[in-house]
Design a protein around this ligand. Structure first.
Ligand code: DMJ
Length: 629
């Protein structure tokens, strides 16, 4: 517009410029380009050039090693620093970012140096995105030395037998149990290494469908038992398998509960016993794979989670969640937060607690089924055996594991126990104390083998009950344990049935073949172990020894231990399965029964429901917990 107003102006080119004007314009333009280009070389630091022309570099120094072990790409330079600490730092405590300093990360935890496991390669192959939430957790620093220094007893004890038993006899009994473990492990290794469980009759492995494609349940379940029995070579074999062959890139459907108690519990214990990073890292990464189960309207997890091909899975449909399953995550998930710095694990289980705290309980009882959608009970079946059992166990153990600070867990436990005593507890005409099952007010006068853990649980909780209840709970624990012993003593094999009844003049016996099997379960010897530690009454070692002899006679086969189909037959058929919990629990509790009390002292450790020891929080004077410093 402006140009058209200039007199005599005639456009000489499409741009409307004459030749001299064009020349001047080009001269100006070339000067400008030269100036800009030259300016780049006059900038003070060459890194600016790199920023313009090179792809961004990753990572702070030192993180490469951790990332290599974790098997995922290092964090990008511009990503935030590793997760904050689990709780606000106490006065004088290091700030969270300093905990993750490369110097500390390298040598601070005192864990023996170890090579990067081959899992790193395998994990790279799965499709878990490098930047998903929680990845930072594996590079979080847990001060293993600080944790170990707060234990009140050496993990393996002082090796002084405090019992009244002649030492040689107890030692021989302990050695016998150790030999059984060695045999169970070697049989598994020979015929089924890497599979979930051994089938001793067919001499092969069994995967089952509870673990979503994860393998090696027996390896993970055995780690801490091998360690505490000082079966060093076997422990190294198990550890090497975890390093090299325990892959998380699976895509099946898994039981949240079973994966948690066996795999997460086993890995956490193995870490706390040894300080080996591979166990911590795999526990955290597996924990992350469980999180989709919590994506429900209430946050109550569904029982089954689908591991979708190395990435986040999804929760499957299903109308109700089981009390013992969603109520038995608390111990492990608190430790996942402790070892990763990732609050998400603790938040998930605190929410479960909140839902359970608020919901109305019929007569103070907790039914076994809850809708994860509505948050309401689905039916009024109450049991301290299957479906309910470990929920109660985790309440008292949460209290103990918290260093007796989790008052909510304590109150919930004693309130629940009162209700159980009022509505479920019975004494048979023959004088046997048992915990029945409750169906909307009607009692089934039966006890499952699973319910026999309750003798040990009540003994464990007796010391922190109200003064006037303590002796009562000790006695109750002893009576229930005696009843469970009766269920063994009244069989031909001296092993107990899956369920036993108190009706029609029959007491503590199964009434049908379908309840007469024994699958190497631990609950009865578990109670013997707790009662022994509480009372030092030699009867518990005697009863434990009866079980050892029976296992040897009826369950030991040429290629491992097997469950039996009928405890009332002196020539029982085998079920062809060496359950992983036999190595995790039954043999561990038997070994502890014939050991000193400071081997995995109950002052320092609580056992998860698969008998994996998790440490008690011995905070220091500033309230710093576990591995915080
Ligand atoms: C184990 O896997 C655990 O003890 C669980 O809590 C119940 N069942 C078995 C052993 O019987």
């Amino acid at each position: 517009m402006l140009m058209r107003k200039v007199p005599g102006f005639v456009p000489a080119s499409p741009w409307g410029l004459r030749l001299p004007q064009k020349f001047l314009f080009l001269l100006f333009l070339s000067g400008l380009v030269t100036l800009c280009f030259g300016a780049l070389f006059l900038l003070p630091h060459s890194s600016r050039l790199k920023r313009l022309f090179l792809a961004p570099r990753t990572q702070q120094p030192g993180l490469e090693v951790v990332a290599e072990i974790a098997g995922h790409a290092p964090a990008r330079e511009q990503e935030p620093p590793p997760n904050p600490a689990p709780a606000a730092p106490a006065p004088g405590e290091d700030d969270p970012s300093s905990r993750a300093s490369p110097r500390r990360r390298k040598g601070g935890c005192g864990a023996p140096a170890h090579r990067a496991p081959r899992e790193a390669t395998a994990a790279r192959g799965n499709s878990i995105p490098a930047s998903r939430p929680g990845d930072e957790g594996v590079s979080f620093h847990f001060d293993f030395n600080a944790f170990r220094s707060r234990l009140r007893h050496p993990v393996l004890g002082m090796r002084a037998d405090e019992s009244q038993e002649p030492q040689s006899r107890v030692r021989a009994q302990r050695e016998k149990v150790k030999e059984m473990m060695q045999f169970a492990w070697q049989s598994y290794k020979r015929y089924a290494m890497g599979k979930n469980e051994l089938r001793p009759l067919t001499k092969d492995g069994y995967e089952g469908n509870m673990f979503g494609g994860l393998s090696g349940a027996t390896v993970i379940d055995s780690l801490d038992t091998l360690y505490l029995m000082e079966l060093k070579e076997e422990f190294q074999e198990a550890k090497a398998w975890v390093e090299e062959s325990f892959h998380l890139n699976v895509s099946g459907e898994a039981s949240l509960f079973e994966v948690n108690i066996r795999y997460i519990g086993g890995l956490l214990s193995a870490f706390y016993l040894t300080g080996e990073e591979v166990f911590r890292i795999k526990a955290i990464r597996l924990g992350e794979k469980l999180l989709p189960a919590f994506n429900t309207p209430t946050g109550i997890p569904k029982g089954v989670v689908s591991f979708k091909s190395g990435s986040w899975g999804w929760a499957t449909a299903g109308s109700s969640s089981i009390l013992a399953e969603f109520g038995s995550l608390h111990l492990e998930f608190l430790h996942l937060t402790e070892l990763s710095g990732n609050q998400v694990f603790a938040e998930k289980v605190r929410n479960i607690r909140k839902v359970l705290r608020k919901i109305e309980k019929p007569f103070g009882l907790y039914p076994n089924f809850l809708s994860p959608v509505s948050g309401n009970w689905v039916q009024h079946h109450v049991s301290v055996g299957g479906l309910g059992d470990s929920f109660y166990e985790y309440l008292i153990k949460s209290w103990l594991m918290s260093g007796k600070t989790d008052m909510e867990a304590k109150n919930m436990y004693y309130e629940a126990l009162e209700a159980i005593e009022t509505y479920l507890l019975n004494v048979s005409p023959g004088g046997l104390t048992y915990i029945a099952e409750w169906r909307g007010g009607i009692l089934d006068h039966k006890m499952g083998h699973l319910a026999c853990f309750s003798g040990g649980m009540i003994a464990l909780g007796a010391e922190d009950a109200k003064e006037e209840k303590r002796a009562h709970y000790r006695e109750l624990a002893a009576q229930i344990t005696k009843t469970c012993h009766e269920s063994y003593a009244r069989s031909d094999t001296k092993l107990g049935p899956e369920a036993f009844w108190f009706n029609s003049g029959r007491e503590a016996v199964a009434t049908q073949l379908s309840e007469s099997y024994y699958i190497l379960r631990p609950e009865v010897v578990e109670s013997y172990m707790y009662l022994w530690r509480q009372t030092h009454n030699p009867i518990y070692r005697e009863w434990g020894w009866e079980v050892v002899l029976a296992l040897e006679k009826y369950c030991r086969t040429e290629a491992g231990f097997s469950g039996i189909q009928d405890v009332y037959s002196s020539t029982p058929s085998h079920d062809n399965k060496q359950q992983s919990f036999f190595l995790a629990e039954t043999l561990k509790y038997l070994y502890l029964l014939f050991s000193e009390d400071d081997l995995l002292s109950l002052e320092d450790w609580v056992f998860n429901t698969e008998a994996h020891p998790l440490p008690v929080n011995h905070s220091d004077s500033s309230g710093r917990a576990w591995g915080r410093h």
